[in-house]
Ligand binder design. Structure first.
Ligand SMILES: Nc1ncnc2c1ncn2[C@@H]1O[C@H](COP(=O)(O)OP(=O)(O)OP(=O)(O)O)[C@@H](O)[C@H]1O
Ligand SMILES: [Mg+2]
Length: 308
């Protein structure tokens, strides 16, 4: 399977990742594609919000003709965590059947046995997204892999499934603009975190542009949030109501009175703090950077500069 300009083979109905472009991650995509070529079970692990699901979405499509196998993207996140009990196979099996229905397959009685029969003669990639809260997933995966020789599984989970033959790939955070740089503007544009911030800020406030003045602030926001995609999205959405300087200030402000707090738990503290857009803080027209910066179209060609 190759990665490139992709066409969907199966599009998960509610997965919003499709609505926005994938930023960066070229090396990770290539690594995972290679792993999938030599392992029938690959688990994408990593911190919450780092981008596992978004990458799995990208991997569930391929250029037409590049890979003939069927791909089924199964969203497990909505399932109730009370289905953790290993005995509760049914909700997971039903979720897989529902995903197959989205692929326009005939859906017979949703038993695990019927699922194995369905896949027994097929060449398919099953993407099991957000497995961590469901204790039964390893059991279902193991059975499918042992009974269906043409099936491979790509799982996303904060922790490995702990199955024999599993290849795990730990997804790192997005690349960051370096702290020490003579050109913070270029550093933001060449980092994945900076580009994600800019993309999301401009979705939130189309007039937002990156200026030389705002660049060090955006870089600081990205570093403060450790390159975690979800946290960066939340921060970027704030530019609609807060100028980048004030977003930085809100991230720096300790919640518990100790200046070390935010540094000790940047994601939790940062995300929590970003959740408080007190109406009193809003100032009409205040947040966007001034003119003389770059917009979405002009930064898309900047590349490279991975700082890990
Ligand atoms: N490389 C990327 N380009 C664009 N958007 C991204 C990228 N990585 C992540 N995102 C976005 O960031 C958000 C969080 O990503 P995602 O849901 O994939 O994280 P996750 O690791 O699966 O989190 P969880 O452990 O909670 O399931 C999503 O809105 C996703 O679309
Ligand atoms: Mg996820």
């Amino acid at each position: 399977m190759e990665v490139g300009e992709a066409r969907a083979r199966s599009r998960p109905g509610s997965a919003v990742g499709w609505l926005t472009p994938l930023i960066g991650r070229e090396a990770e995509l290539a690594d995972i594609v290679r792993l999938l070529e030599c392992s029938r079970l690959v688990t994408l692990t990593g911190a919450g919000g780092v981008g596992k699901t978004r990458l799995a979405l990208e991997l569930s499509v391929a250029p037409e003709g590049a890979d003939s196998r069927e791909c089924v993207f199964v969203e497990l996140a909505p399932l109730d965590p009370s289905d953790r009990e290993p005995a509760q196979v049914e909700p997971v099996v039903s979720a897989i059947w529902r995903a197959l229905a989205a692929n326009r397959a005939q859906v017979p009685w949703p038993s695990l046995e019927a699922l194995c029969d369905h896949f027994s003669a097929r060449h398919a990639l099953l993407v099991l997204d957000n497995c961590e809260h469901l204790g039964v997933v390893p059991q279902v995966t193991e059975l499918l892999l042992s009974r269906c020789a043409g099936v491979s599984v790509l799982a996303t989970s904060r922790l490995p499934l702990e199955l024999t033959g599993e290849a795990t790939y730990h997804l790192p955070p997005l690349t960051l603009p370096p702290a020490e740089t003579s050109d913070p503007f270029a550093a933001v544009l060449s980092s994945e975190a900076g580009r994600l911030f800019l993309e999301r800020a401009q979705r939130s406030l189309p007039a937002f542009v990156l200026t030389p003045d705002a660049a060090p602030l955006v870089a600081e926001i990205c570093r403060h949030l450790d390159g975690l995609a979800l946290a960066i999205e939340l921060a970027a959405a704030r530019v609609r109501v807060l100028a980048p300087r004030r977003v930085v200030r809100s991230l720096r402000t300790p919640r518990d009175g100790t200046g070390e707090h935010a540094r000790a738990a940047p994601l939790a503290a940062g995300v929590a703090r970003l959740e408080l857009p007190a109406p009193s803080r809003r100032r009409a027209g205040s947040p966007a950077s001034t003119s003389g910066g770059v917009g979405l179209a002009s930064w898309s060609n900047h590349g490279g500069g991975r700082t890990r």
